[in-house]
Design a protein around this ligand. Structure first.
Ligand SMILES: [Zn+2]
Ligand SMILES: [Zn+2]
Length: 295
Protein backbone atom coordinates (compact mmCIF):
# COMPACT_ATOMS: atom_id res chain seq x y z
CA UNK A 1 0.00 0.00 0.00
CA UNK A 2 1.28 3.43 -0.89
CA UNK A 3 1.92 5.55 2.18
CA UNK A 4 0.51 9.04 2.39
CA UNK A 5 3.50 10.11 4.48
CA UNK A 6 6.87 9.93 2.82
CA UNK A 7 10.00 9.74 4.88
CA UNK A 8 11.00 13.25 3.88
CA UNK A 9 7.77 14.76 5.16
CA UNK A 10 7.96 13.17 8.59
CA UNK A 11 7.71 15.68 11.40
CA UNK A 12 10.32 13.91 13.45
CA UNK A 13 13.01 15.01 15.86
CA UNK A 14 14.07 15.36 19.46
CA UNK A 15 14.14 17.68 22.42
CA UNK A 16 17.08 20.01 21.86
CA UNK A 17 19.17 21.91 24.35
CA UNK A 18 19.38 25.69 24.01
CA UNK A 19 22.66 25.97 25.95
CA UNK A 20 24.58 28.86 24.39
CA UNK A 21 21.48 30.60 23.01
CA UNK A 22 18.02 29.67 21.75
CA UNK A 23 19.23 29.62 18.13
CA UNK A 24 21.74 26.85 18.92
CA UNK A 25 18.84 24.37 19.03
CA UNK A 26 18.75 24.56 15.22
CA UNK A 27 22.47 23.77 14.93
CA UNK A 28 21.93 20.70 17.10
CA UNK A 29 18.82 19.75 15.12
CA UNK A 30 20.82 19.93 11.90
CA UNK A 31 23.48 17.61 13.29
CA UNK A 32 21.01 14.79 13.91
CA UNK A 33 18.58 15.54 11.08
CA UNK A 34 15.38 16.79 12.75
CA UNK A 35 12.32 18.21 11.03
CA UNK A 36 10.58 18.89 14.36
CA UNK A 37 12.08 19.86 17.72
CA UNK A 38 11.09 20.70 21.26
CA UNK A 39 12.88 23.31 23.38
CA UNK A 40 12.73 24.94 26.78
CA UNK A 41 12.59 28.70 26.37
CA UNK A 42 14.48 29.10 29.68
CA UNK A 43 16.22 26.99 32.30
CA UNK A 44 13.62 24.37 33.18
CA UNK A 45 14.73 23.91 36.78
CA UNK A 46 14.68 27.54 37.87
CA UNK A 47 11.95 30.03 38.64
CA UNK A 48 13.63 32.99 36.96
CA UNK A 49 11.77 34.19 33.88
CA UNK A 50 14.15 35.96 31.54
CA UNK A 51 12.73 38.27 28.92
CA UNK A 52 14.14 37.26 25.56
CA UNK A 53 16.05 40.12 23.97
CA UNK A 54 15.25 41.33 20.45
CA UNK A 55 18.74 40.23 19.43
CA UNK A 56 18.09 36.68 20.67
CA UNK A 57 14.76 36.63 18.83
CA UNK A 58 16.43 37.77 15.61
CA UNK A 59 19.15 35.11 15.88
CA UNK A 60 16.53 32.47 16.65
CA UNK A 61 14.46 33.47 13.60
CA UNK A 62 17.48 33.41 11.36
CA UNK A 63 18.42 29.94 12.63
CA UNK A 64 14.88 28.68 12.16
CA UNK A 65 14.53 30.09 8.66
CA UNK A 66 17.71 28.38 7.50
CA UNK A 67 16.81 25.12 9.20
CA UNK A 68 14.98 22.03 7.91
CA UNK A 69 12.97 22.12 11.11
CA UNK A 70 9.34 22.74 10.18
CA UNK A 71 7.85 22.92 13.64
CA UNK A 72 9.16 23.91 17.07
CA UNK A 73 7.20 23.10 20.20
CA UNK A 74 8.07 24.30 23.68
CA UNK A 75 7.97 22.48 27.02
CA UNK A 76 7.33 24.42 30.22
CA UNK A 77 9.48 24.51 33.33
CA UNK A 78 9.34 21.45 35.59
CA UNK A 79 8.68 23.61 38.64
CA UNK A 80 5.30 24.83 37.46
CA UNK A 81 2.38 23.07 39.18
CA UNK A 82 -0.94 24.36 37.88
CA UNK A 83 -2.84 22.52 40.62
CA UNK A 84 -0.54 23.51 43.47
CA UNK A 85 -2.75 23.48 46.56
CA UNK A 86 -0.79 26.13 48.35
CA UNK A 87 -1.80 29.57 47.16
CA UNK A 88 1.77 30.79 46.84
CA UNK A 89 2.88 27.93 44.60
CA UNK A 90 -0.28 28.18 42.54
CA UNK A 91 0.12 31.92 42.01
CA UNK A 92 3.81 31.55 41.19
CA UNK A 93 3.02 28.72 38.78
CA UNK A 94 0.30 30.67 37.02
CA UNK A 95 2.51 33.73 36.58
CA UNK A 96 5.38 31.59 35.31
CA UNK A 97 3.01 29.84 32.87
CA UNK A 98 1.83 33.20 31.51
CA UNK A 99 5.48 34.11 30.92
CA UNK A 100 6.05 30.77 29.19
CA UNK A 101 3.20 31.66 26.80
CA UNK A 102 4.64 35.13 26.22
CA UNK A 103 8.06 33.71 25.37
CA UNK A 104 6.41 31.27 22.93
CA UNK A 105 4.57 34.19 21.36
CA UNK A 106 7.81 36.15 20.97
CA UNK A 107 9.41 33.15 19.25
CA UNK A 108 6.35 32.32 17.12
CA UNK A 109 6.02 28.93 18.80
CA UNK A 110 2.39 27.79 18.80
CA UNK A 111 2.49 24.86 21.22
CA UNK A 112 3.40 24.94 24.88
CA UNK A 113 3.50 21.42 26.30
CA UNK A 114 3.08 21.14 30.06
CA UNK A 115 2.59 18.57 32.80
CA UNK A 116 -0.78 19.07 34.48
CA UNK A 117 0.78 18.89 37.93
CA UNK A 118 0.68 16.99 41.20
CA UNK A 119 -2.04 17.26 43.78
CA UNK A 120 -1.24 17.76 47.42
CA UNK A 121 -3.94 18.23 50.05
CA UNK A 122 -6.71 18.66 47.50
CA UNK A 123 -8.26 15.58 45.95
CA UNK A 124 -7.90 14.55 42.34
CA UNK A 125 -11.18 16.00 41.12
CA UNK A 126 -10.59 19.39 42.70
CA UNK A 127 -7.03 19.40 41.32
CA UNK A 128 -8.23 18.78 37.76
CA UNK A 129 -10.58 21.73 38.11
CA UNK A 130 -7.70 23.82 39.39
CA UNK A 131 -5.60 22.98 36.31
CA UNK A 132 -8.47 24.12 34.07
CA UNK A 133 -8.86 27.30 36.15
CA UNK A 134 -5.13 27.96 35.81
CA UNK A 135 -5.37 27.59 32.03
CA UNK A 136 -8.36 29.93 31.94
CA UNK A 137 -6.35 32.44 33.94
CA UNK A 138 -3.33 32.16 31.64
CA UNK A 139 -5.40 32.33 28.47
CA UNK A 140 -7.17 35.44 29.72
CA UNK A 141 -3.85 37.07 30.61
CA UNK A 142 -2.60 36.39 27.09
CA UNK A 143 -5.80 37.09 25.21
CA UNK A 144 -5.28 37.48 21.50
CA UNK A 145 -2.40 34.99 21.46
CA UNK A 146 -3.04 31.78 19.61
CA UNK A 147 -0.64 29.67 21.65
CA UNK A 148 -2.11 26.28 22.51
CA UNK A 149 -1.59 24.89 26.02
CA UNK A 150 -0.86 21.24 25.34
CA UNK A 151 -1.53 18.88 28.26
CA UNK A 152 0.99 16.04 28.41
CA UNK A 153 -0.26 12.60 29.45
CA UNK A 154 1.54 11.54 32.63
CA UNK A 155 2.75 8.24 34.06
CA UNK A 156 0.78 8.82 37.23
CA UNK A 157 3.92 8.80 39.33
CA UNK A 158 3.26 9.89 42.93
CA UNK A 159 0.28 12.21 43.02
CA UNK A 160 0.58 13.55 39.47
CA UNK A 161 -2.72 14.03 37.67
CA UNK A 162 -3.40 13.42 33.98
CA UNK A 163 -2.49 9.73 33.78
CA UNK A 164 -5.83 8.68 32.31
CA UNK A 165 -7.56 9.92 29.17
CA UNK A 166 -10.62 10.64 31.34
CA UNK A 167 -8.63 12.99 33.58
CA UNK A 168 -7.24 14.86 30.57
CA UNK A 169 -10.78 15.13 29.13
CA UNK A 170 -11.98 16.48 32.45
CA UNK A 171 -9.35 19.24 32.38
CA UNK A 172 -10.30 20.11 28.79
CA UNK A 173 -13.97 20.28 29.70
CA UNK A 174 -13.15 22.99 32.26
CA UNK A 175 -11.21 25.13 29.78
CA UNK A 176 -13.27 27.97 28.37
CA UNK A 177 -11.39 28.65 25.15
CA UNK A 178 -11.25 25.17 23.59
CA UNK A 179 -9.09 26.39 20.68
CA UNK A 180 -6.30 27.04 23.15
CA UNK A 181 -6.07 23.57 24.67
CA UNK A 182 -4.58 20.39 23.24
CA UNK A 183 -2.92 17.12 24.22
CA UNK A 184 0.52 15.52 23.87
CA UNK A 185 0.73 11.73 24.06
CA UNK A 186 3.96 10.51 25.67
CA UNK A 187 4.35 6.82 24.80
CA UNK A 188 6.40 6.03 27.90
CA UNK A 189 3.92 7.81 30.15
CA UNK A 190 0.74 6.20 28.76
CA UNK A 191 2.42 2.77 28.93
CA UNK A 192 3.50 3.35 32.52
CA UNK A 193 -0.04 4.49 33.24
CA UNK A 194 -1.42 1.17 32.00
CA UNK A 195 -2.24 1.73 28.30
CA UNK A 196 -0.76 -1.14 26.31
CA UNK A 197 0.34 -0.44 22.72
CA UNK A 198 2.59 -3.45 22.07
CA UNK A 199 0.31 -5.55 19.88
CA UNK A 200 -1.74 -4.24 17.01
CA UNK A 201 -4.97 -5.03 18.91
CA UNK A 202 -3.87 -3.27 22.07
CA UNK A 203 -2.57 -0.32 20.05
CA UNK A 204 -5.90 0.07 18.23
CA UNK A 205 -7.84 -0.26 21.48
CA UNK A 206 -5.72 2.41 23.22
CA UNK A 207 -5.94 4.81 20.28
CA UNK A 208 -9.65 4.33 19.82
CA UNK A 209 -10.13 5.00 23.57
CA UNK A 210 -8.06 8.16 23.12
CA UNK A 211 -10.26 9.18 20.21
CA UNK A 212 -13.50 8.47 22.06
CA UNK A 213 -12.51 10.09 25.33
CA UNK A 214 -10.34 13.01 24.14
CA UNK A 215 -10.50 13.07 20.32
CA UNK A 216 -7.64 13.02 17.81
CA UNK A 217 -8.46 16.60 16.81
CA UNK A 218 -7.01 17.57 20.19
CA UNK A 219 -3.69 15.82 19.56
CA UNK A 220 -0.89 18.31 18.84
CA UNK A 221 2.32 16.47 19.75
CA UNK A 222 3.77 13.07 20.57
CA UNK A 223 6.75 12.24 22.75
CA UNK A 224 8.32 9.05 21.45
CA UNK A 225 10.03 7.35 24.36
CA UNK A 226 10.43 3.66 25.12
CA UNK A 227 9.95 2.72 28.79
CA UNK A 228 12.47 1.34 31.28
CA UNK A 229 9.72 0.03 33.54
CA UNK A 230 6.86 -2.38 32.80
CA UNK A 231 3.26 -1.67 31.86
CA UNK A 232 1.29 -0.01 34.64
CA UNK A 233 4.43 0.67 36.72
CA UNK A 234 3.53 4.35 37.13
CA UNK A 235 7.25 5.04 36.92
CA UNK A 236 8.47 7.64 34.40
CA UNK A 237 11.82 6.40 33.02
CA UNK A 238 12.60 6.84 29.34
CA UNK A 239 14.52 4.24 27.32
CA UNK A 240 15.96 4.20 23.77
CA UNK A 241 13.48 3.26 21.04
CA UNK A 242 13.12 -0.51 20.82
CA UNK A 243 15.33 -1.12 23.87
CA UNK A 244 12.69 -0.92 26.57
CA UNK A 245 9.50 -2.59 27.73
CA UNK A 246 7.40 -1.14 24.89
CA UNK A 247 9.59 -2.41 22.04
CA UNK A 248 9.96 -1.43 18.41
CA UNK A 249 6.60 -2.71 17.17
CA UNK A 250 4.52 -0.03 18.87
CA UNK A 251 6.66 2.73 17.37
CA UNK A 252 6.12 1.16 13.95
CA UNK A 253 2.36 1.42 14.50
CA UNK A 254 2.65 5.13 15.31
CA UNK A 255 5.08 5.93 12.49
CA UNK A 256 2.70 4.40 9.96
CA UNK A 257 -0.54 5.68 11.43
CA UNK A 258 -2.07 8.48 9.34
CA UNK A 259 -3.61 9.99 12.48
CA UNK A 260 -0.05 10.86 13.54
CA UNK A 261 1.37 11.96 10.20
CA UNK A 262 0.93 15.71 10.69
CA UNK A 263 1.80 15.58 14.39
CA UNK A 264 5.33 16.49 15.55
CA UNK A 265 7.00 13.37 16.95
CA UNK A 266 9.69 14.19 19.48
CA UNK A 267 12.26 11.97 21.21
CA UNK A 268 13.10 12.58 24.85
CA UNK A 269 15.51 9.69 25.19
CA UNK A 270 19.04 9.80 26.65
CA UNK A 271 21.45 11.55 24.25
CA UNK A 272 24.58 9.46 24.80
CA UNK A 273 28.21 10.40 25.33
CA UNK A 274 28.71 13.34 22.99
CA UNK A 275 25.26 14.80 23.52
CA UNK A 276 23.67 13.62 20.28
CA UNK A 277 24.91 10.25 19.04
CA UNK A 278 21.91 8.35 20.45
CA UNK A 279 19.48 10.78 18.84
CA UNK A 280 20.94 9.75 15.50
CA UNK A 281 20.47 6.07 16.36
CA UNK A 282 16.89 6.49 17.66
CA UNK A 283 15.80 8.65 14.72
CA UNK A 284 17.25 6.13 12.30
CA UNK A 285 15.31 3.33 14.02
CA UNK A 286 12.09 5.33 13.69
CA UNK A 287 12.68 6.16 10.01
CA UNK A 288 13.45 2.53 9.24
CA UNK A 289 10.14 1.53 10.77
CA UNK A 290 8.40 3.67 8.15
CA UNK A 291 10.44 2.19 5.31
CA UNK A 292 9.89 -1.38 6.49
CA UNK A 293 6.16 -0.91 6.52
CA UNK A 294 5.94 0.84 3.15
CA UNK A 295 7.76 -1.86 1.13
ZN1 LIG B 1 7.11 16.47 29.58
ZN1 LIG C 1 8.72 11.23 31.01
Amino acid sequence: MKKTTTNKELLLGAHMSVAGGLYTAFERAERVGCTAIQIFTKNSNQWNDPVISTEDIAKYREGRNKSKVQIVVSHDSYLINLCGANDKLLEKSREAFVKEIKRCDALEIRHLIFHPGAHTILGRKESLRLVADSLNYAHKATEGDDIISVIETTAGQGTTVGSSFEEIAEIISGVKDKKRVGVCIDTCHIFAAGYDIRTSNDYEKTMSDFDKIIGFEKLHAVHLNDAKKPLNSHVDRHEHIGKGEIGKGAFGFIMNDDRFSKIPKILETPKGENGYEMDIVNLRTLRELVEEASI
